[in-house]
Design a protein around this ligand. Structure first.
Ligand SMILES: Nc1nc2c(ncn2[C@@H]2O[C@H](COP(=O)(O)OP(=O)(O)OP(=O)(O)O)[C@@H](O)[C@H]2O)c(=O)[nH]1
Length: 181
C-alpha cells in the first residue's frame, strides 16, 4: 500500500499522515528529512517527537535529510512514514545550487526516490507539500524549487495507490486504491 499525502503548510497533513500510517501497521519507522538550523525549529522538532511518544504508537525515528531512496529501501518495519519530501527537495537544492546541472541532478534523485517508493512491499506513507498555488517566485531558485516540487509530486502520485490532499485539516481522497491515473 503506497500512500501520498499532500497539502499546504499547516494544513494538518503531517498529523493526518501519521494517524493514517498508524492504521496500516502495529509499529513503524518515521523518516524525518528536516534539519534544525535554529532554536525555533529545534523546539518544533522536539514537540513532534513528544507528540509521537504520547500517541501510543511505537515509532522508531530516522533522521535523513538526503539519502531518502536508500533509507526507504532499507527501512524494516510494518509501516514506514516519510515527512516530508519538499524539505528533502530543498535540502538537495541548497546543496547543489551552485552546480551547473543542479536541476538535472535533482531530477535524478527524484527518479531514484520514485523507484524506491514503487518497489516498497509493505505500507508506506509519504508526506509532501503543494507549493505552486501562490505567485510565480521572484527568484530563479524559487522557480526551480516550485517546478521540481510539482514534477516530483506528479511522479509519486502516479506510483501511489492512494493520494490525499489535506486542506484546513480535512483530507480529501484524490486517488483511491481502485482508481489508477
Ligand atoms: N529532524 C527531525 N525532524 C522532524 C522530527 N519529527 C518531525 N520532524 C519534521 O517536522 C516537519 C513537520 O512539521 P511542521 O513543519 O510543524 O508541520 P507542517 O507539515 O508544516 O504542518 P502540517 O501541514 O500541519 O502538518 C517535517 O518536515 C518533519 O521532517 C524528528 O524527530 N526529527
Amino acid at each position: 500500500m503506497k500512500v501520498l499525502v499532500t497539502g499546504g503548510a499547516r494544513s494538518g497533513k503531517s498529523g493526518f499522515a501519521e494517524a493514517y500510517a498508524a492504521r496500516l501497521g502495529d509499529r513503524g519507522v518515521y523518516i524525518a528529512t528536516a534539519q534544525a538550523f535554529d532554536e525555533e525549529m529545534e523546539a518544533r522538532i522536539e514537540l513532534h517527537r513528544e507528540n509521537r511518544r504520547n500517541r501510543g504508537f511505537h515509532w522508531d525515528t530516522t533522521e535523513e535529510p538526503y539519502a531518502l531512496a536508500e533509507t526507504l529501501r532499507t527501512a524494516n518495519a510494518p509501516v514506514v512514514l516519510v515527512d516530508c519530501l519538499t524539505l528533502w527537495l530543498s535540502n538537495w537544492l541548497l546543496r547543489c545550487e551552485h552546480e551547473q546541472d543542479a536541476e538535472r541532478l535533482i531530477e535524478h534523485r527524484i527518479d531514484e526516490l520514485a523507484d524506491a517508493f514503487g518497489s516498497m512491499e509493505g505500507p508506506v506513507v509519504l508526506v509532501t507539500n503543494e507549493v505552486g498555488y501562490g505567485l510565480v517566485p521572484e527568484y530563479k531558485l524559487g522557480r526551480i524549487f516550485r517546478d521540481l516540487s510539482g514534477r516530483m509530486n506528479q511522479k509519486l502520485a502516479r506510483t501511489a495507490d492512494q493520494v490525499f490532499l489535506v486542506t484546513a485539516g480535512i483530507p480529501v481522497e484524490l486517488k483511491s486504491q481502485a482508481f489508477r491515473l
